[in-house]
Design a binder for this molecule. Structure first.
Ligand code: SF4
Ligand code: SF4
Length: 119
């Protein structure tokens, strides 16, 4: 069991989740890789399933693995694959925020961008 950051984080990356994770298992990739979006990832091997991150995410991007919407199921594997694809020194636990404090309109627009209906 682990929590998963979905593509709703892509290009948003508020980083509020990083600040509350008790085991520092939320990472940004410090190198460019066309196979992975610009977002944060949770290492499923390190996540202790505490659920502290989910309510902190203003973009609604974090889900428990068993509750990831069908639309974003692929992101479960992506969160695992990124850590297999890159050595640990290519990640950071202090990523720079991209878009913090989104308005309700921005959150809605991000859902629509990915075809997600949050109801
Ligand atoms: S709080 Fe949400 S949007 Fe921000 S970095 Fe974490 S998962 Fe991404
Ligand atoms: S569920 Fe807890 S341990 Fe896992 S990523 Fe979120 S805050 Fe970190």
């Amino acid at each position: 069991m682990a929590w998963v950051i979905t593509r709703l984080c892509a290009d948003c990356q508020d980083t509020a989740c990083v600040k509350v994770c008790p085991v520092d298992c939320i990472y940004g990739l410090n190198v460019d890789d066309v196979n992975f979006r610009k977002q944060l990832f949770i290492d499923p091997e390190e996540c202790i399933n505490c659920a502290a991150c989910e309510p902190e995410c203003p973009w609604g991007a974090i889900f428990e693995d068993v509750a990831v919407p069908d639309l974003f199921k692929e992101d479960i594997g992506i969160n695992a694959r990124v850590f297999a694809a890159h050595p640990r020194d290519e990640f950071t636990t202090t990523p720079v925020p991209i878009k913090s404090h989104p308005s309700p309109e921005e959150i809605k627009a991000n859902y629509e961008k990915w075809g997600f209906k949050n109801s």
